[in-house]
Design a protein around this ligand. Structure first.
Ligand code: CO
Length: 451
């Protein structure tokens, strides 16, 4: 039997009454005891192994010198707490469905439980101390309640430092996210980044800021050449959680299955809008005045996983791709570390995306950067802002390429702010005018420039 972990829906459902007390039930109850022992648990509820029935098992035999009180083997159907002491006690609890996590929980010191045994006979169990606590924990399970729903201190980072985190990211959107996760105190055990020169998806820059940071913090760095290498590496690392922010490769399903607590993606758009490789560029290009970040639980198809958290950010009139990317990376990293305790304790809500509202991002290629002066000034300037630094936006001057790095719209014309002539350094438009005025006046496109 496999134990179901954290966000499996059955853990949040109310289990059905047991009405048939046959050999099969007995077999299932015994298998549950075996599964529980294998994983060093002291209690297990049927939904934790995927069975929709009101069935719990408990047993604990202390080792020599262990002063923890024993719990007799108990297998109960349809258990109900009919009495619980008003006197309570706080003790640290864990759960096989949230492996590694321990949090203090306040529970009644003693309970009386009415149930049926595996033959269907009515039984009454009076328990106190640890026995009573485990009974309450397991009966909670049957009602879709996790111990973290009742736990104290769920929001402090301390309990979650057990989690071994692997980080996937390659560019300067990734770095602030990794940084924040490490600085908050999470245990990042490995970083995966792209080995070649392609930094972000669809973005041609040479970057390995992520690698540099990881090495400075003595975190193992992996640069798999192919995505097929990823799952076997993860199988060795055995991570609890995977965090991905602008990696560059699409992770295979087999890789996504490795982390016990799942895989989170920080995506710079308000999903389901702008799915794909160039969400920041596309939002600027389309003249959006607002975008945002999404923390998503990663599924098979790209950017189609469940949404866990979102935060909006304005797109200011002069925002370029690098400026907006930096803002969204900050926002995303902040949102992620705020979310992590909630997520790791099973308290987050994962909402499916409405595919009908999905939009795709624009595919960028080099030729897109050539300015078509027939287009409205607003669109030309949006392209200049969106295509920085790649593919860049350019026109020609005397047969040479003139890159427009920054520009604004004035009186429905384009007012360049910073330009760079092929082979030269970037200069302000004013300086450029002084040197090239006569050449400029010979270009037909100069008529579209603000003067
Ligand atoms: Co449990």
């Amino acid at each position: 039997m496999d134990v179901r972990i954290i966000y499996e829906p059955i853990l949040r459902q109310v289990m059905k009454q047991v009405t048939v007390f046959d050999e099969r039930l007995k077999k299932e109850a015994d298998e549950m005891v075996a599964t529980m022992h294998r994983q060093n648990g002291i209690g297990l509820a049927a939904n934790q192994v995927g069975l929709d029935k009101q069935l719990i098992v408990l047993e604990f035999t202390p080792q020599k010198d262990d002063e923890t009180p024993a719990i007799p083997r108990t297998q109960l159907c349809n258990p109900k707490i009919i009495k619980s002491s008003s006197e309570t006690e706080v003790m640290t609890e864990g759960c096989l469905s949230l492996p590694g996590l321990e949090l203090p929980v306040r529970r009644s010191l003693a309970v009386v439980v009415e149930a049926q045994n595996l033959r269907g006979e009515k039984v009454t169990v009076k328990a106190k101390g640890l026995f009573a606590r485990v009974l309450q924990h397991e009966i909670d399970h049957l009602n879709g309640v996790l111990f973290t729903d009742r736990a104290e201190k769920t929001n402090t980072i301390k309990p979650y430092t057990f989690a071994k985190v692997v980080f996937f990211g390659s560019d300067d959107f990734s770095l602030p996210v990794l940084k924040r996760v490490v600085e908050t105190g999470y245990q990042v055990v490995a970083v995966f980044c792209e080995s070649d020169k392609r930094g972000g998806r669809g973005d041609n820059r040479i970057v390995s800021p992520v690698k540099t940071f990881a090495e400075q913090h003595s975190i193992a760095v992996f640069n798999p050449e192919t995505k097929e290498e990823i799952a076997p590496l993860l199988a060795q690392i055995k991570p609890d959680l995977l965090v991905l922010a602008s990696y560059g490769k699409i992770l295979p399903e087999e890789a996504l299955r490795q982390p016990v607590f799942g895989c989170l993606n920080v995506h710079p758009s308000l999903l389901p809008r702008y799915r794909g490789a160039t969400p920041i560029q596309s939002a600027i290009l389309n003249g959006e005045t607002e975008t945002g970040v999404t923390i998503m639980s990663m599924a098979k198809s790209v950017d189609a996983g469940g949404v866990i958290a979102q935060r909006t950010a304005p797109i200011l009139p002069n925002d370029t791709t690098p400026v907006l990317r930096e803002k969204l990376a900050e926002l995303g990293s902040q949102l992620l570390v705020e979310l992590l305790p909630k997520y790791l304790s099973g308290q987050a809500k994962i909402t499916a995306q409405d595919d009908a509202l999905a939009t795709r991002t624009t595919k960028l290629f080099k030729e897109l950067g050539r300015i078509n002066w027939e287009e409205p000034a607003e669109l030309i300037v949006r392209k200049i802002r969106a295509f920085l630094p790649w593919p860049g936006t350019y026109t020609t001057l005397n047969g040479k390429r003139l890159i427009i790095l920054e520009a604004t719209v004035k009186d429905s014309t384009v007012l360049p702010i910073r330009v760079q002539l092929e082979g030269k350094t970037a200069v302000s438009w004013e300086d450029f005018l002084r040197g090239y005025q006569s050449q400029l006046t010979r270009e037909p496109w100069y008529g579209k420039i603000y003067r």
